[in-house]
Write a protein that binds this ligand. Structure first.
Ligand code: ATP
Ligand code: MG
Length: 422
């Protein structure tokens, strides 16, 4: 039996192309502002059962908040129907439902009354609400003086203390500090165990996976995925990664053009030309660098743990004994994550003939970096460190991750728990 039924619901917005005409302009010219119709939700159908905890994920502007607003009744659907059974409590945008000039205490009364509590019920819960929000010292101040986090604390405390049947939460938890976020998560898990139906919109996919037993992915106004959290989140992350990949490849095309232009202008062999981010005597010239997946297909956005390859194509301009090729990875804020070369790794290349071409591949079975943007340097040198061609942080790639670990690199690990009885 569905507690929330959404059937073929569509919602469009008018996006005005010009600034709104003044009243005078309208009267004098009889002019109407031009607008485009943007479909935020396009014939969406879904059913949510009593007691389900559903995560709603999707890119910015995909329609998640619009759907929650339709469920709360703040917006009306253009088409389709929505049926909800039970007491709904919602936490939408920050400050929604609060009156800025009223005190925290007055807002608790107003808010809880809107959510259907009688004055007596609210009085009975007041201390609990204030205590949970940890806003005792501010509760007589107008909420206009509250910080975003304080707003959220108050709204969250009211929303959960009314013990709703259905709780709708839109992304607001992110503004809470770490300690309060943990408290919120504990409360959400408590409500979940009690059988409250929860719809949770968040970009914190780790939190979504922890809390939810089902995930719905909205993309381009439609439902693109609905099912087991890990599966849908993985699909979504792969999609994001692909999209980011395309964007980065486009962005990098410009950079590649730049390098090609430099190469063309070099003319003479062995000339030592120093350019920003590139130096060396060019006895070995790195002519192309490609970051790819395990099948040698260009890729610039990876999920942590995916395979990655760095292809370094070179041209040899002199007879070279024992060349060394290397790679280094830095974070975007210039912290050195990792660096190695063929000499350190005892990978021997004895000799390269003048005028030959070749490629060296740095194969990473699993890129164990935390989420972030990285810069890649590659180089060819002789065994004494004289650079033939060094490309300093000329390439970039991204890593996204479901895990919120921090630091520079992911250390392979496991947790072991030993309980001592006595
Ligand atoms: N009141 C409005 N007027 C015009 N367009 C709107 C309005 N509300 C939402 N939209 C548009 O509808 C689309 C969906 O917006 P929505 O807020 O639902 O996205 P979202 O998935 O919640 O994104 P985010 O992750 O950024 O919160 C966006 O393109 C947005 O510009
Ligand atoms: Mg939103």
């Amino acid at each position: 039996m569905n507690i929330i039924s959404v059937s073929e619901v569509s919602k469009s917005f008018k996006i005005y192309k010009e600034r709104a005409a003044t009243l005078k302009e309208r009267i004098v010219n009889g002019r109407k502002s031009k607008f485009e119709v943007y479909t935020a939700l396009d014939s969406i159908s879904l059913g949510i059962k009593k007691g389900e905890t559903v995560g709603l994920i999707g890119r910015n502007g995909s329609g998640k908040s619009t759907l929650l607003k339709l469920l709360t009744g703040i917006l009306y659907a253009d088409k389709g129907s929505i049926d909800i059974e039970g007491k709904v409590s919602s936490l939408l945008e920050l400050g929604a439902g609060f009156h800025p000039d009223f005190t925290g205490r007055e807002n608790i009364f107003m808010n809880a009354a809107i959510l259907g509590l009688s004055k007596k019920e609210i009085k009975a819960k007041l201390d609990q609400i204030i205590s949970f929000s940890e806003l005792k010292h501010y509760i007589e101040n107008p909420v206009r003086s509250y910080s975003s986090g304080m707003y959220m604390r108050l709204a969250f405390s009211v929303a959960i203390m009314v013990e709703p049947d259905i709780l709708l939460i839109d992304e607001v938890l992110a503004v809470g500090d770490a300690a309060f976020q943990q408290k919120c998560m504990d409360q959400l898990l408590r409500l979940k165990n009690k059988g409250t139906t929860i719809v949770f919109v968040s970009h914190d996919l780790g939190a979504v996976q922890k809390l939810c037993d089902r995930v719905i992915w909205i993309n381009k106004s439609k439902v693109w995925g609905d099912g087991e959290p890990k599966k849908i989140i993985d699909q979504y992350l792969s999609y994001l990664s692909e999209q980011e990949n395309e964007r980065l490849i486009d962005e990098n095309k410009d950079k590649e053009n730049e390098i090609t232009i430099i190469e063309k202008s070099e003319g003479q062999k062995n000339s030592v030309e120093e350019t920003e981010g590139r130096w060396g005597n060019k006895q070995i010239e790195i002519i192309h660098v490609d970051i790819t997946n395990e099948n040698s297909i260009s890729k610039l956005s990876f999920l942590s743990g995916e395979p990655m390859q760095i292809h370094i194509s070179y041209k040899v301009n002199a007879n070279i004994k024992k060349p060394v090729f290397g790679c280094a990875i830095h974070t975007i804020d210039n912290r050195h994550c990792y660096g190695t070369n063929t000499f350190i790794d005892h990978f021997k290349i004895d000799f390269l003939d003048e005028n030959s071409f070749g490629k060296i591949i740095f194969n990473i079975p699993s890129i164990e970096l935390i989420a972030g943007s990285y810069l890649l340097s590659v180089g060819a040198s002789d065994p004494n460190g004289t650079q033939f061609d060094y490309h300093d942080k000329l390439y970039s790639f991204k890593v996204s991750s479901l895990v919120n670990d921090v630091g520079i690199a992911r250390i392979n690990h496991e947790w072991i728990h030993e309980v001592q009885r006595g």
